[in-house]
Design a protein around this ligand. Sequence first.
Ligand SMILES: Cc1cc2nc3c(=O)[nH]c(=O)nc-3n(C[C@H](O)[C@H](O)[C@H](O)COP(=O)(O)O)c2cc1C
Length: 332
Amino acid sequence: MEKKKKKMKPETFDRQEKGIVWMMVDTAANMPVTIYSESLGVKAPEACYRSAVWAEDSTRLIGEEYLLNAKRSSLEIGMPMGVFHYTSSVGVKGALSNRQLKEENIADNSETIELPRYLPLKESLGAVIRSRRSIREMGKSPLTLRQLATLLYYGDGPSGKFDFNTFNNMPPTVSLGEEYTGVVRCSPSGGGLYPVTLFFVAFNVEGLKRGIYTYLPLTHSIRLVRALDEAELEAYNRISNFGINIDNDTLGIAIYYVYSLYDNSRKYGDMAMQFAYIETGEIAENVQLAAAALNLAATDIGGYEKGLTEEFLGIDGLTKHILHLTLIGTCK
Ligand SMILES: Cc1cc2nc3c(=O)[nH]c(=O)nc-3n(C[C@H](O)[C@H](O)[C@H](O)COP(=O)(O)O)c2cc1C
């Protein structure tokens, strides 16, 4: 006999059912091989893992599907074709230059603030790498604007020029000018496409109103997306519970690494997302090392509410996604 579905208020579910459902999922997830792992309504990572490993017609981990389908063989020539197109085409370089110009235009806007120059970091690289630790307990004093500028600069700031003309040997023209160069940054990026943008929430930075900002690397400036009042800070705190050892009242900034899917997938197709994660890691590590050199407290966070935070930051969650988060404050 088929059991009838029963309507239930969330409060009733919470009070009456959640505990036992939790126990059932936990039990099923921890059986060595379970026939239920395919059909569990709630899948703990353990259950996903086991169904991927054991079940015949398995519901694979999304990561496994991705890995099985990425970079299958060099005989799939779509990828080489896409890459070649980028080294050969003036049109593509035009598109990249336009992106650069767009950012410079945004930087001209009154909402942007030019950052001070970064601080030189003189400590030995080895000592900084070894001393870096995730520090979750932060002090109440604010970050200085110079410290903020230094973190953003070493993370994703401009550090040189790339000469597009190396391959093509094009003469200077009136239309395209003398140089065929693009700006390159402190962290590497596949094809120099830089699909990851730093958004940050400023909670406690000297001389900066509390709000959501983006970093504009080419002009080493920041743009205010939205100032935050008390009610919005409360809303942020409701969706941002980073754990008992992290007190949101002590945060200086929260840097969100935001990936714009189509900025690099036109060239790299399905590999683009992989590149974006790698690049996010490279930027985040540079930020962490800069923080360590500045004697600041920083910790990477995987435990954020992706969808709700994207909404909060004003990111569509379709073409743009949060990939990672670093919290930074002063030391206690
Ligand atoms: C991708 C990633 C996600 C992380 N997520 C969290 C997190 O949600 N909460 C937290 O307290 N620490 C988080 N961490 C910090 C790790 O716990 C920390 O790096 C690890 O314990 C090693 O310690 P160390 O960074 O001091 O060397 C994360 C680190 C990384 C790289």
